[in-house]
Design a binder for this molecule. Sequence first.
Ligand code: IMP
Length: 198
Amino acid sequence: MKKINELIIASNNKHKIIEIKDILGEFFKNIYSLSEKNINVEIEETGKTFEENAIIKAKYISELTGLPALSDDSGLEVEALNGAPGVYSARYAGEPSNSDINNKKLLKEMQGKSNRNANFTSVIAICYPNGKIITANGKTYGKILTELQGENGFGYDPLFYSNDLKKSFGLATSEEKNAVSHRGRALQNLKEILSKRK
Ligand code: IMP
């Protein structure tokens, strides 16, 4: 297995950075966050899919630094809302992004809906300075609750009943959530792709 020297993560989300460093540490000698490289940029997510957005962010940071860069883009897709909020999950109720207001809007949109099936999706992209791109995705399935349950996690976690855990992500520990989460699964898929490389 070829171990590349450096990887930069195009995110400042501490939870994501710890999880990514844990899972991908064996493939890279040094993994940096943006702040560890003193990079402070806002990258506009103009894509129409998670994959497009993940690639936009990773490519931008790879071109800026000359290093391989990893980005993940994720969100919630609700069947009864035709896949919304989807790529607009962070700014579902408008900007600036606010989880409490997003959750209130989701509860309102779901009033009276009997189909409450939903999934979280994550697409991870690594862009290399030579232009090569690797992507991997992961999903986790559940149902939208009728009220908030728990205070753990972030975003829509208190409204997402996980079919795997049989409780809301808001009531799960981070270990429990990471074991079944969309991001955890995308990272495991990425790990398989990286380990097959010569
Ligand atoms: P990001 O662009 O990948 O950081 O995520 C977009 C938005 O999707 C977040 O702001 C959350 O609203 C939602 N989201 C993504 N992953 C999760 C999760 O694991 N739990 C709850 N909400 C999430």
